[in-house]
Design a protein around this ligand. Structure first.
Ligand code: GTP
Ligand code: MG
Length: 149
């Protein structure tokens, strides 16, 4: 089954948006498989965002992601990767549609409150990077038959 790595960035934690953000994925109907509050080291942030290492903003991005605790989440469901990107909204919060997390809750690209994997392969890669196998739970919500025919 498809999985996406969703992470509430340090600004989302500091601004008290953890419950609000988790709630959007819960209400949508995806299944939470892993969840933790975590202070991330520089090398992990660099590995996570390695595709951006040549960008001019890369050092600032690493400082941002390591500036305080983040909330790491593994969410599962058919189509979760693309759907989560839609729920999150455009990278620049000023361009993100109202109703999206970034569109409703943020104003700057450098403080855009949440990360979402950009492909199913990266979803797998990122969940393996941020979670130990023992931190992920295999469980079936009782509501599943009311969400999926
Ligand atoms: P993520 O879900 O965090 O991966 O964001 P994204 O997929 O919408 O954007 P992308 O992967 O291209 O960039 C990763 C993150 O780098 C963004 O979410 C921003 O936090 C940051 N970022 C991207 N572009 C800029 C920029 O031009 N300036 C600054 N300061 N940060 C940027
Ligand atoms: Mg990205």
């Amino acid at each position: 089954v498809e999985q996406s790595y969703i992470m509430i960035k340090p600004d989302g934690v500091q601004r008290g948006l953890v419950g609000e953000i988790i709630s959007r994925f819960e209400k949508k109907g995806f299944v939470l498989k892993g969840l933790k509050l975590f202070q991330c080291a520089k090398d992990l942030a660099q590995e996570h965002y390695k595709d951006l290492k040549d960008k001019p903003f890369f050092p600032k991005l690493i400082d941002y992601i390591t500036s305080g605790p983040v909330v790491c989440m593994a969410w599962e469901g058919d189509g979760v990767v693309a759907s989560a990107r839609k729920l999150i909204g455009a990278t620049n919060p000023l361009q993100a549609e109202p109703g999206t997390i970034r569109g409703d809750l943020a104003v700057q690209t450098g403080r855009n409150v949440v990360h979402g994997s950009d492909s199913p392969d990266n979803g797998k890669r990122e969940i393996a990077l941020w979670f130990k196998e023992s931190e992920l739970c295999q469980w079936e919500p009782v509501q599943t038959p009311w969400l999926i025919e």
